[in-house]
Design a protein around this ligand. Structure first.
Ligand code: ADP
Ligand code: MG
Length: 418
């Protein structure tokens, strides 16, 4: 996954966040839908039918699907804004039916598209709503409000006393997220939280949210109808069809590579191979290893290194291990390495580059492979069309085949020579 994705990899205990200092911190909770069906009174068809899925503690599960497929219904069942018809929902193994709706809602953050801020109440008081219900004293609430505003990148002094109408849409949305986090709930429900925001601010909010989640590591159920948002935000994605039927529940990469049926395939779109490349950075895949050589080095040593390398030609590097170019075989004819370049080290790809961009660099330079460098420009491996092709074929499950290939077969087939 790209760095923002890997930044919210699940499973670790939460790093300290501003809410934990006062002892109010709650760990993330697991969430499980077990055979959940919801039929609204007077409706023939179920809004959700026999939905089963499990969200591990600290993971972001995205519910995605067309309008009316039951996403909001699924969320509202969790905090008992509506009641289950059949099945059960368990939070850390305890049924929501065994908890009172009021108690449940105090421990579940809820952020919705319409933001739901109280218009005649200041930002600070909006955020402090649940802590007040929990009986926190004034000082503790005030400290918490400021911490949360900072957490969502708003200036407390500037924002605390304003009214919602005095904020931009993006700022209001941040306040909505801050309010949902106020009592440091182990579970956060977000129903199209960025749906009403323009694309540029939306992207910014998504990035901020991922950074925030990397720190707080809550269990999050995030609803969207936008597959690109789902792919970017989700550790796992549940694709729902009309009637709340689960079409597929998988990681973003699995969904893109192995859509379960035509519905999912249509939903994720025709450019899914490219989307998968857009999710990864060069550092995320297994690179080739080059034999590194320096001018004046003993050629026997370089030949020995070539035996462990994935390419048959050595990469010439300078004293700082910065790539200079690919050596020709003649460069190894004498006792010491000479600078006889077969080709310059172009393009050079960085570990942090998005894989899709790196591929386009290779293709536009008409080369099959390129040295990869770290942030200091030092050699860190070799990216090749084969490496990318193998990645598209094998990840995420070695057992399956048949993914779309973005590199055409002719280019793929020949060995590692420029
Ligand atoms: P989504 O959030 O995916 O757009 P919803 O969960 O809001 O979908 O709705 C799922 C289905 O349930 C739709 O067919 C909708 O019309 C129906 N529905 C939602 N709320 C109610 C309600 N309070 N009463 C009756 N039907 C409802
Ligand atoms: Mg909805």
């Amino acid at each position: 996954m790209n760095s923002s994705q890997s930044a919210h990899s699940p499973g670790q205990s939460a790093s300290p966040d501003p809410g934990s200092a006062d002892g109010s911190h709650e760990e993330a909770a697991s969430l499980e839908f077990r055979g959940v069906t919801k039929r609204y009174p007077g409706q023939g068809e179920a809004a959700i039918e026999d939905l089963s899925l499990r969200v591990e503690a600290g993971e972001i599960c995205v519910l995605v699907g067309p309008s009316g497929c039951g996403k909001t219904t699924a969320m509202r069942l969790v905090n008992r804004l509506i009641d289950l018809t059949e099945g059960d929902i368990l939070i850390d193994g305890t049924s929501v039916k065994d908890r009172s709706p009021a108690e449940l809602r105090r421990h579940i953050g809820y952020a919705i598209q319409q933001i739901g801020l109280f218009p005649h109440v200041s930002v600070g008081d909006n955020i402090g709503t649940v802590p007040r219900l929990l009986g926190w004293d004034k000082q503790r609430i005030s400290t918490r409000v400021d911490e949360l505003l900072e957490l969502v990148s708003l200036d407390p002094h500037d924002t605390r006393d304003r009214y919602p109408a005095q904020l931009s849409g993006g700022q209001r949305q941040r306040v909505g997220v801050a309010r949902a986090l106020a009592a440091d709930p182990p579970l956060l429900l977000m129903d199209e939280p960025f749906g009403a925001i323009d694309p540029i601010n939306r992207e910014r909010l998504q990035n901020e949210f991922l950074r925030l989640q990397a720190r707080i590591q809550k269990t999050v159920v995030f609803v969207t109808h936008d597959i690109d948002e789902a792919i970017k935000i989700g550790d796992r994605i549940a694709v729902l069809k009309k009637g709340g039927k689960l079409a597929q529940y998988a990681t973003p990469a699995e969904l893109l590579m192995y859509p379960a049926d035509h519905f999912v395939e249509d939903f994720v779109g025709a450019d899914r191979a490219l989307k998968r490349l857009a999710l990864q950075r060069v550092r995320d895949i297994d690179l080739w290893k080059a034999a590194e050589a320096r001018i004046g080095e003993d050629t026997r040593e370089v030949r020995r290194k070539l035996e462990d390398a994935d390419l048959t030609i050595p990469l010439l590097v300078d004293e700082q291990r910065r790539p200079i170019g690919w050596l020709s075989h003649r460069a190894l004819e004498g006792e010491r390495v000479e600078e006889k370049l077969r080709s310059p080290a172009e393009p050079v790809v960085e570990l942090d580059d998005i894989l899709r961009d790196a591929l386009s660099d290779l293709l536009s330079s008409e080369t099959r492979y390129a040295p990869v460098v770290d942030g200091d420009g030092r050699a860190a491996g070799v990216l090749s069309l084969e490496v990318i092709g193998r990645f598209l074929h094998t990840a995420p499950s070695e057992a399956r085949t048949g993914a779309d290939l973005v590199v055409d077969e002719e280019q793929e087939a020949s060995p590692a020579e420029p």
